[in-house]
Design a protein around this ligand. Structure first.
Ligand code: SAM
Ligand code: SF4
Length: 333
């Protein structure tokens, strides 16, 4: 095992795997309600192709796999993916980011297959507002999904929320109060320029500093010292044990400690959410002239070259920043 170390000394241990770009919600900061620019079905990696890439990644030093999308629970073989990832010789840890709509049915099978924990996305506690934000009337399904995850022992249960000005920024305090009461570890994420419609405005973004100020007016927040490569700054709430996280991707980037790589659903390795370049692994997976050992060796080299090309930071705050061509749903959040 060589280790995926970039030219800035960052060791990569975390692979975010997008298993589909499809979704059953239309969160406004992610895609427009009439979004139709889906990846062609035959470009999506098959179960066996996914498994080969993940296995090679673990041989190169990846220890954590996070399944994401699009909505990962829309992939019919998602339980099988978890089971097979856990059964790999180096048995990486497996977690999942989901909108929770299908968790009522899938939480227990996923836990039985070896899933460790889930991050659920939820931006409001108001059913009508949820419908406006996501263009689907599925709020009660999310709550039921979260409960199913908790019953299945998928802990700690983290909930991600994106606050938007004059849309749901009045819910920072109610969301945290509800999270603390229900044993959810809430994390606020700054809205990033990754929406399919390219409508992100810096001036509209609720910054981490603003979130902290709002929360501090109601709760006693004390920073938790150890952060490591985790993107969230954590605070204990009213003496703990519950904590709240704030992910300042835009206003206080944590690129210097980044240990993440991404695999898109159509088989492209990305070394950053905001990368302009991708490394094509699908062509290697489908090159019938390669023997199995040649294919594995080539995939390992593709990971190494992607890591080698990784820039020191995402550059959102540079004047020359250009939003990636792909939206978050296609990259894998
Ligand atoms: N569908 C799943 C979900 O929503 O949890 C997984 C994929 S989603 C792209 C992953 C995460 O990205 C979610 O927590 C979502 O809130 C977040 N996200 C999507 N677009 C974003 C944006 N423009 N800025 C910040 N976070 C975003
Ligand atoms: Fe779907 Fe997740 Fe994007 Fe919302 S954030 S539209 S649930 S992929």
């Amino acid at each position: 095992m060589s280790g995926l170390i970039d030219t800035y000394g960052r060791v990569h241990r975390d692979l975010r795997v997008s298993v589909t770009d499809r979704c059953n919600l239309r969160c406004s900061y992610c895609m427009p309600p009439d979004f139709a620019d889906w990846l062609p079905g035959d470009h999506l990696l098959t179960l066996d192709e996914l498994m080969l890439v993940i296995e090679v990644a673990t041989e190169e030093g990846i220890t954590n796999i996070r399944l994401t999308g699009g909505e990962p629970l829309l992939r019919p073989d998602v339980v099988e993916i978890v089971r097979r990832v856990r059964a790999l010789p180096l048995s990486p840890r497996v977690s999942l980011t989901t909108n929770a709509l299908r968790l009522t049915d899938l939480a227990q099978p996923l836990a039985d297959a070896g899933l460790e924990r889930v991050n659920v996305s939820l931006d409001t506690l108001d059913r009508d507002r949820f419908k406006k934000l996501t263009f689907r009337d599925r709020f009660t399904d999310v709550l039921a999904g979260i409960e199913a995850a908790q019953r299945a022992g998928l802990r700690p249960l983290k909930v991600n929320a994106v606050l938007m000005r004059d849309v749901n920024d009045d819910e920072a305090i109610p969301l945290l109060r509800h999270a603390v009461e229900h044993g959810w570890y809430l994390r606020f994420i700054e809205q990033m320029p990754l929406d399919a419609q390219g409508a992100w405005e810096r001036s509209e973004m609720i910054s981490a500093a603003e979130i902290l100020e709002i929360l501090s007016s109601e709760f006693d927040l004390v920073p938790v010292p150890t952060r490591g490569s985790a993107p969230a700054e954590e605070f204990t709430v009213d003496g703990g044990p519950m904590t709240v996280g704030i992910i300042a991707s835009v206003s206080k980037p944590f690129c210097a400690a980044c240990d993440r790589l991404r695999l898109t659903a159509d088989g492209q390795i990305r070394n950053c959410l905001f990368a302009r370049d991708e490394t094509d692994v699908r062509a290697t997976l489908r090159d019938s002239s390669l023997s199995e050992p040649e294919r594995r060796a080539r995939i390992a080299r593709l990971f190494a070259s992607s890591v080698f090309a990784k820039l020191p930071g995402h550059g959102i705050n540079d004047p020359s920043f250009i939003q990636p061509d792909r939206p978050m749903s296609a990259i894998g959040g």
